[in-house]
Design a protein around this ligand. Sequence first.
Ligand SMILES: [Zn+2]
Ligand SMILES: [Zn+2]
Length: 284
Amino acid sequence: MTTTVTLTGTGVPIPSPGRAGAGVLVRYGRIALQFDAGRATVLRLTEAGTGLHELSALFVTHVHSDHVIGLPDLVMGRWIQDHVWRTGPLDIHLPEGEAVGFAERMLDPYKSDIALRMEHVQSVPPELRLHPFACSARPREVWSRDGVTVEAVAVHHEPVPDAVAYRVRTPDGTVVISGDTRVCEEVEELSRGADVLVHEACRTTALHAAMAGTPFEKIFSYHADTVALGGLAERAGVAHLVLTHLIPAPEDEAGEAEFASDVRSGGYRGRITVGGDLMTATMG
Ligand SMILES: [Zn+2]
Ligand SMILES: [Zn+2]
């Protein structure tokens, strides 16, 4: 069997052509795991050939709108089509704290829509099947089925609380998904020997002088500097580094090459992919 890792979105809050909001899909046979649901995740999943009814579970990294704005869309979409597929509600795994509050409230604006649909087609309301877990500095298993496991570890995206990275192990290999974080030891440890590391990327070092004194300086301070990330990936022995959540979004191939050259200058010698939507890495 093979495991596929597909980027369902490589963008950030500021819109950029062709880049949906944050999201990664990991598939192993009939198991389909979605990490985050940013802008247009539903559309990208459909384009990737994965129906909403096929998702086994969804995992939230943290509550920033660019990572969760597509979550009500996904839950409503799965509910609306469930008279066809009858797969039932989606299991949503998320850190305790803000993410739970967000998820509990996210369908409130659709109350009248839900009531109308229930008078018309749907027989039951959408069920939110939330599975909160405590953030921890050491990896803890949050999901497993048929030889596939998912672990979570707390990362450093302060001042945002309760942000996590995930590690997925399948019989084919290991993939780590950073979520949003500064370059940190927790992700380095989690990524030791990983086949694929999907990491957020920010050109902090390269743009340091230009951003000084602007609001971008604060934004860059809680994201992962591409040069330091190259050092992390090399020390951890990552085979394939996939950059996503690109800050600032590159406008052409030359701009993409700059991300890769930052990572090389940080010391990484493995395979680099500067992510684009629907790019897929394969293991096994
Ligand atoms: Zn983000
Ligand atoms: Zn964030």
